[in-house]
Design a protein around this ligand. Structure first.
Ligand code: SAH
Length: 360
């Protein structure tokens, strides 16, 4: 298997027109440790750009830059900050003009979570999600995913701060881009590079059963979150087309296998939609599915999206729903929405239609 460094240098080399990292090195006549220097500068030292790597000979930096080698594979186009300053959203352009968004959340208490995208668009068409309404364009490469975290890490580093958590909850379905997402996880985790512990990374999936099995077999400490959003097939199929391929029962069976294999906690996301999935009966049905003490339900207040004809449940309903779960001894929390004023909250990422005029 390729190391994280080899993956990084291969992808960056390809962007600059070489077959791989070895071809890049031989074309410029540099030794292996130069590739290591580049990698460490980008991922561990968080160098701003090629020119900031003063340990590299100036001529080499110039030669690399001349053929388009760059530390970053994404370019920030618009960066917006929420009124309370806690949420920052970046719109990034990829080399082929596609765009994705990523969000930094600076929580009280010092946690800094980055929410990153794994695909440009999404093919799963959940009715409540802005990304799903816009359709699918392409998978991101591992470095295109990693560089979203790198962007915010660079920003925080200027103030002596760090990213503490990364969640794959931006645009796209991470398990539909499995290899590249695992590549990005390797880049985030590498102790000789970015150095973020597996336990501080969470992957959220729409519920691809075969990939949940594959993920269980990896035996990693990366957290798994499941977008459940309904306790039965009728309700789930109405809002999540993927349920027609992988039924709620098949999904819950896969999660049970994952737990048997890993003994790790699983987070179930449940977006609260008025009159759709938020009745007392839905809560009781959901409680019946939450059989393991390792299951944790996260109720998400609905964030409005441009096209959906849906309304979120009001606060009272959300807490009444949570109470029923608690009475059945289900572990439950209610997610605090962040960044709604800049359309940066869960399900609101939709790069194509960002109003450029609002750039700040
Ligand atoms: N494709 C992955 C990641 C999606 S985004 C997945 O399906 O899990 C992360 C979470 O935000 C998912 O649980 C998703 O269902 C939820 N979400 C999508 N649209 C939302 C909205 N409008 N309001 C609140 N949460 C939403």
């Amino acid at each position: 298997m390729r190391t994280a460094r080899e993956l990084w240098i291969d992808e960056k080399a390809r962007r600059a027109g070489h077959e791989n990292g070895a071809a890049l090195a031989s074309s410029h006549g540099f030794k292996k440790y130069r590739a290591e220097q580049l990698y460490r500068a980008a991922t561990k030292e968080l160098a701003e750009d090629l020119d900031a790597i003063t340990t590299l000979p100036k001529e080499l930096r110039a030669a690399l830059a001349a053929e388009g080698f760059a530390l970053d594979s994404i370019e920030p186009v618009v960066v917006q900050r929420s009124n309370d300053k806690q949420t920052t959203k970046g719109l990034f352009r990829l080399h082929d003009g596609n765009e994705v968004e990523a969000v930094l959340m600076e929580h009280h208490g010092g946690r800094n979570t980055v929410c990153i995208s794994s695909q440009a668009g999404c093919a799963y068409a959940c009715t409540f999600c802005a990304t799903g309404q816009a359709g699918f364009t392409r998978n991101l490469a591992a470095t295109e995913i990693f560089d979203q975290a790198r962007y915010f890490a660079k920003q925080l580093a200027r103030e002596g701060r760090k990213i503490t958590n990364v969640v794959f909850m931006g645009m796209g379905e991470p398990f539909a881009n499995y290899e590249n997402v695992m590549g990005a996880v390797a880049l985030l985790n590498d102790p000789n590079g970015f150095g973020l512990g597996h336990r501080h990374i969470t992957i959220s999936t729409v519920g691809l059963v075969d990939k949940i099995d594959r993920f269980a077999a990896e035996q990693t400490q990366v957290n798994l979150a499941i977008s459940l959003h309904a306790p039965s097939d009728a309700t789930r199929s109405a809002i999540m087309p993927v349920n027609r391929k992988f039924s709620t029962t098949a999904l819950m069976d896969a999660v049970a296998r994952y737990i048997a294999e890993t003994n790790r906690k699983v987070f179930f996301e449940y977006v609260m939609l008025a009159g759709v999935n938020d009745s007392d009966e839905h809560a009781r049905e959901l409680a019946r599915l939450m059989k393991s003490s390792l299951y944790h339900v996260n109720l998400i207040p609905y964030n409005s999206t441009p096209d959906a004809l849906l309304r979120g449940s009001d606060e009272q309903r959300i807490w009444a729903f949570a109470k029923i779960l608690e009475q059945q001894r289900v572990a439950v929390t209610v997610r605090t929405p962040m960044g709604r004023d800049i359309a940066a909250a869960c399900g609101q990422l939709r790069a194509e239609t960002q109003p450029r005029a609002k750039a700040s």
